[in-house]
Design a protein around this ligand. Sequence first.
Ligand SMILES: Cc1cc2nc3c(=O)[nH]c(=O)nc-3n(C[C@H](O)[C@H](O)[C@H](O)COP(=O)(O)O)c2cc1C
Length: 276
Amino acid sequence: MDGTQMPAAAAALTARYGAGAEPKAGPWNDTIALLLSHRSVRGFKTDALPAGTLETLVAAAQSAATSSNLQTWSVVAVDDPAVRKELATIAGNQKHIEQCPIFLVFLADVSRNGRLAAEAGTELAGMPYLESFLVAAIDAALAAQNAVVAAESLGLANVYIGALRNDVQRVSALLGLPPGATPVFGLCVGHPLAGREGEVKPRLPQAAVLHRERYDADDTGHRAAYDPRMADFSARHEMGPTTWTQRVIARLGTMKALNGRDRLKDALVALGFPLR
Ligand SMILES: Cc1cc2nc3c(=O)[nH]c(=O)nc-3n(C[C@H](O)[C@H](O)[C@H](O)COP(=O)(O)O)c2cc1C
């Protein structure tokens, strides 16, 4: 790192981890600065984006690594306001789905393999397993994250919409998905509304996720350090000063918070993923 980069790197690490919790600074460049500046945005200008933006994001997405080059993912760009409205309702009335100029639904998609095998007059004995779904969902996530980074490099903002999994069957019907394709999440892309640019959300101390040689399950101290930072962040942006511990318990502590996703396994089976 040269002398001019040091202040930028230090400021970015402080924003990500909080003052006093920064990991050791190391190599630095504009790409790393962009990654560390990520924040989700939930209010978008409706203005159209320059021609070719969608295609550029998808080219970035297709450039991600993909398991065995199987490319078991697809993406549906949804413009129809009526469909966007339905998707927003499924996702618990997330209005940004209707506002953003680009809304993408990323799919775990093994249906192409099925069509390829049918045309070749063969069967794919290795397909009906949980492994195929996992490979496809990982492929979709890696592709989407490349699109996210590409969008952010263009000054665009975004937010993932996992809440589409509240009802994958209804989403699949709306988008006309074939058997063997299922939504994994949506993605809103656009320019943030003024005042909705968001703020870098602090993460757990690095030692909570970075283990050296052997896993260290003693994370009470890491949580104790992180909880007040997240409470401050929440107080600035949301309802009240909720700690991270409280948030995890609220998110995972009741069936209600799953919003129907407790039925996901049956829904996936119905959509053509036997998950054996
Ligand atoms: C797969 C996935 C699904 C998500 N689903 C939603 C969602 O439905 N609605 C939403 O507002 N944010 C959603 N998010 C955004 C997360 O809440 C956000 O990334 C997290 O709170 C960290 O904040 P940051 O992205 O600003 O750093 C999702 C993120 C991921 C990775």
